[in-house]
Design a protein. Structure first.
Length: 149
């Protein structure tokens, strides 16, 4: 396939923005209609811990995810995009709020790096790395997090 065009990249960014909005409001089916996870998908979730491999799209997992995110809204701020061959990398800030994990509606802004692979059938998400550090924290707090405190 030829190189990724600006139009394809813009369409991908639009798809990601729609998917982020769907997920934060708990509409996991709408999210999954927009984002296909590759078989070799990895996730570094904002809660830390070991990276996850694969995406569980079973009915039980989808329902649990739908219950985890409730009634939020999101906008996507694109920091930078990169393309090489059939890969596209999006460095974004998901500016969002919502009820997450049973907590009341609050800011849930995340810094996110997404890696997509273009296939003949469309885009596949191969990697997502998200963290909640959209607000600056001091060195002592970073050190405490690094220690697991």
């Amino acid at each position: 396939m030829p190189g990724i065009t600006e139009e394809e990249l813009a369409d991908l960014v639009g798809m990601v923005a729609e998917a982020a909005s769907a997920l934060i409001r708990g509409d996991v089916r709408a999210y999954l209609a927009r984002i296909e996870h590759a078989e070799d998908y990895t996730l570094m979730q904002p809660f830390g811990g070991a990276p996850r491999r694969g995406f569980d799209d079973s009915d039980e997992a989808v329902e649990a995810l739908a219950q985890f995110f409730r009634g939020g809204e999101a906008t996507l701020e694109v920091v930078e995009t990169y393309t090489s061959g059939d890969l596209a990398v999006l460095a974004v800030v998901e500016r969002q709020h919502g009820e997450v994990g049973g907590l009341p509606d609050q800011d849930w802004t995340l810094r996110v790096t997404l890696v997509f692979r273009r296939t003949p059938a469309g885009w596949q998400l191969v990697h997502r790395h998200a963290d909640p550090l959209s607000h600056t924290i001091d060195l002592e707090r970073v050190a405490a997090l690094a220690r697991g405190d």
